[in-house]
Design a protein around this ligand. Structure first.
Ligand code: ZN
Length: 328
């Protein structure tokens, strides 16, 4: 991570050692971070809102701490080409084309000159739902803006039939091209929820990259069809998110699916052999410290999973990976 402190009082040889230490560390792993916003300056919906004061604070933090806000395309292209990912890269995305972005958020993005990508929920704009941006307003945005696909109807697509998923894509993509004169390249699952069927159909439609809504980071080995984004809504912990790295050489052995009886009994994962301590996260139950033995975490529990989605995460040091499982 870019850190700032004065080096003037150190002897040059110490500085040289310091230089090698820091460059070695960043050589080992560098991670960019993608953030997702929804509404701006709209206190009616606190769980999806970012206040304008908070937005300014975040942008000033990027500006004053050596972060570079790059286009989503820049990051995806670097991943596709297998390039090293600079750890000062930040990408800003906005889901759901709410009007509050156009009226309140967008002026601040312009002031800082930060590029952004809006993932469009097309039905809301087509049917002129209150609170949503119009196609005319989208077309009026300057070159900082790029637009990508977030479905036509914004339904829980993982639980839809194959026929219904294809019908949504066909309708949404045709409308997207008609109104914005461009074919979208990237896709965000509505609610960040997906399963194998939805992932397979999305790839068939030719999307070059797919994004979820799990806290995390992006590094050289990131799966381009399952890219993590951290949400900067409510009371976000920006500095914590920026310090997350992607957990590598990692495999979630259990669970493999949403438990049939709704009770999660075991979280088993393969992590770094040298790790001694880790944390297991289960949505609705928080983080638990666990021991690592010979690179294996084996956490036995009995946790009732409320609702249709189960989120399980593993953290080792600053490295993190979260996965979502949907009830069928
Ligand atoms: Zn959405």
């Amino acid at each position: 991570m870019p850190t700032r402190f004065s080096l003037k009082k150190f002897h040059p040889s110490i500085l040289l050692i310091f230089y090698f230490l820091t460059t070695t560390v960043s050589f080992l792993q560098a991670d960019a971070h993608i953030f997702v916003y929804h509404r701006f300056g709209d206190s009616r919906h606190p769980s999806t809102n970012t206040s304008l004061a908070e937005l300014r604070k975040e942008f000033n933090y990027f500006k004053n701490n050596g972060y570079k806000v790059v286009k989503l395309e820049t990051l995806v292209d670097a991943l596709k080409e297998g390039k090293d990912i600079p750890d000062n890269w930040v990408v800003l995305t906005i889901d759901d084309n709410f009007k509050s972005f156009y009226t309140k958020g967008y002026p601040i993005f312009k002031e800082f000159g930060y590029p952004f990508t809006i993932f469009l929920y097309l039905e809301a704009t087509a049917k002129k739902y209150k609170d949503y941006t119009s196609f005319a307003q989208l077309r009026k945005m300057n070159s900082l803006a790029s637009f990508e696909f977030h479905s036509y109807g914004h339904k829980h697509m993982a639980s839809m039939s194959e026929k219904a998923i294809r019908a949504d894509f066909d309708k949404g993509l045709a409308l997207f091209e008609k109104e914005l004169n461009v074919r979208p390249k990237y896709f965000v699952y509505p609610y960040g929820e997906y399963n194998e069927k939805l992932e397979r159909i999305s790839k068939e439609y030719g999307f070059e990259a797919i994004f979820n809504q799990n806290m995390g980071a992006v590094s050289k080995g990131t799966n381009i069809f399952d890219i993590d984004r951290s949400a900067l809504v409510g009371k976000p912990k920006l500095k914590t998110y920026l310090n997350f790295d992607e957990l590598q050489n990692y495999e979630l052995l259990e669970p493999k699916a949403f438990p049939k009886n709704g009770i999660l009994t075991r979280v088993k994962a393969k992590v770094d052999k040298n790790a001694k301590k880790a944390y297991v996260y289960i949505r609705g139950h928080g983080w638990r410290p666990v021991k690592v033995k010979d690179g294996i975490i084996d956490y036995k529990t009995s946790k009732k999973i409320k609702g249709k989605r189960m989120k399980v995460g593993i953290q080792v040091g600053t490295k993190l990976k979260v996965k979502v499982f949907m009830k069928d």
